[in-house]
Design a protein around this ligand. Sequence first.
Ligand SMILES: Cc1cc2nc3c(=O)[nH]c(=O)nc-3n(C[C@H](O)[C@H](O)[C@H](O)COP(=O)(O)O)c2cc1C
Length: 204
Amino acid sequence: MMQHFNHTDFNQWSRIYRANFINSLSGFKSVSLIGTSNKQGQPNLAIFSNIIHLGADPALIGFINRPLEAAPHTIANIESTGTYTINHIQESFYKKAHQTSAKYPSEISEFDTTGLTPLWRPSISSPFVGESVIQYALQLVEIIPIKLNRTFLVIGTITDAFVSKEWIEDDGFIDLEKAKSITSLGIDGYYNVQKIDRLPYAKP
Ligand SMILES: Cc1cc2nc3c(=O)[nH]c(=O)nc-3n(C[C@H](O)[C@H](O)[C@H](O)COP(=O)(O)O)c2cc1C
């Protein structure tokens, strides 16, 4: 039977139970690794799943960064260099990707601690993840502080994308199932995906 939960229930739950429940409720996420570096070229890598499409023309992507004390490094690097990379995760390295969420000090590179490979490309000042088969680079446009819970909406424009041609269909659709990009649920669930269908543009 379907159970009814409300605000009172949410408030009574333990922090972990509430985090698991509420984070699962909004559905499967576009989980990826965000690669950045500071001005001195010290790399940083962290897993993010609250990544959203804001528009295709211009090509804009947003992601939610938690309050600064919880997730300080990615956003600081983006503010100082103005660039970052987003790298899809495949099943072959999801455990290493998850490990990047650990609170390492700023002088420690998550590339070193997890064994993921930093990939530097000419004229892009942030590292990509060598193991990732779908990668794109962004230029910072705007950081919008959300006063309500001290999170940030970080908005970037896509400057470069690296995708194998074999996964791109004639109309531009990228078949992420073929690329084997995974998705996430809640704060620690990882899933492979399976396409049901592609449908024609809906008309009234
Ligand atoms: C599956 C998963 C998804 C996550 N998504 C986000 C997210 O969307 N935003 C965020 O700020 N932190 C997210 N985190 C937590 C960050 O990975 C973690 O705080 C990390 O240490 C931030 O690193 P930084 O300080 O190097 O930026 C997520 C963690 C996991 C395991």
